[in-house]
Each structure stands twice: as C-alpha cells, then as structure tokens.
Design a binder for this molecule. Structure first.
Ligand code: DQA
Length: 145
C-alpha cells in the first residue's frame, strides 16, 4: 500500500510559525513521526510539501495510478482552493484531510474546507497524531475496499 503525504503552504515552517497554535516540533520531526508510524503499519509513504497551489495540483494529478491513498493538509489552501478540490475529484484517490490545529475553533474564514468536500475523512486538532490517525484510517479503508 502506497500513500502520499502532502502538506501545503507554511507547513515547512513548523517549529518556527505560531508555536502556540502548531507546537514547537519541526517539519522534519513531522516526517520522522509519520515515517515511524508507516513503518510500524507496514505502509509505504512518500512526502510532498509546497507553498504553491499549482504545484499541489500537479502532485495530485501525478499521484493518479501511483498511490492508493493521500493524506492531505492543504493548509491555507483548504479555505480557498477549488483547484485542489477539482484535482482530488479528478483522480478520485481516497484522501484524508488533516489539520494540526482545531480549525473549527478558529476564525470564520477557516470554517470552509473546499478540499474536505472530496475527502473520505477529516482529522483536526490532534497535532501530529492526526496524520497517524489518517494513516490508520486509510490502511483499514483501503484494505476493506
Ligand atoms: C492548518 C489550518 C489552516 O487554517 C492554516 O492555514 C494552516 C494549517 C492546520 O494544520 O491546522 O496553515 O491546515
């Protein structure tokens, strides 16, 4: 089982950006955490992070026929990007949406998730653990499918 873990803008700044919201661990720490979870579960993972909407769309398109599932934190593009939503619908790869913070408890402009409309599940407010939950969910979801 091959999963693609995608992160959007400013997730590479973890550890520096708003530690009160996103914690003090870095993006490298996040990748190590997910890799460890994947190894424990016998799942193959690849990572992609970009600050550019089109690059995220390109990566979703390139995932077609390559990956069984996607774990996606679109970051700020969650709340703005119809292009990412359309790309997810185009490839129809089972995708789980993850947010480190609890966006439901934050500003009004974060209350809409376009990408989430094409996702089979969403985890938010669990910190890094949300990515592990997404991996566990997808493993079960894809095995049952
Ligand atoms: C985020 C929440 C988004 O609203 C924000 O723009 C981010 C990160 C999260 O992981 O909590 O950049 O997706």
């Amino acid at each position: 089982m091959k999963l693609l873990v995608m992160n959007g803008p400013n997730i590479n700044m973890l550890g520096i950006r708003e530690p009160g919201v996103y914690g003090s661990q870095t993006y490298a720490d996040l990748l190590a955490f997910i890799q460890k979870s994947a190894d424990e579960e016998g799942v193959e993972v690849s990572f992609f992070q970009s600050n550019h909407e089109g690059a995220l769309v390109d990566e979703i398109q390139a995932a077609y026929g390559v990956y069984d599932g996607i774990i996606l934190n679109p970051a700020a593009y969650t709340h703005t990007s119809v292009a990412i939503l359309d790309a997810l619908k185009a490839v129809a790869i089972p995708t789980v949406e993850v947010h480190i913070s609890d966006v439901k408890q934050r500003e009004d402009f974060r209350q809409i998730s376009y990408a989430g409309k094409a996702c089979v599940k969403t985890y938010m407010g669990l910190g890094f653990e949300g990515y592990r939950q997404a991996l566990l969910f997808l493993k079960q979801y894809l095995t049952q499918k």
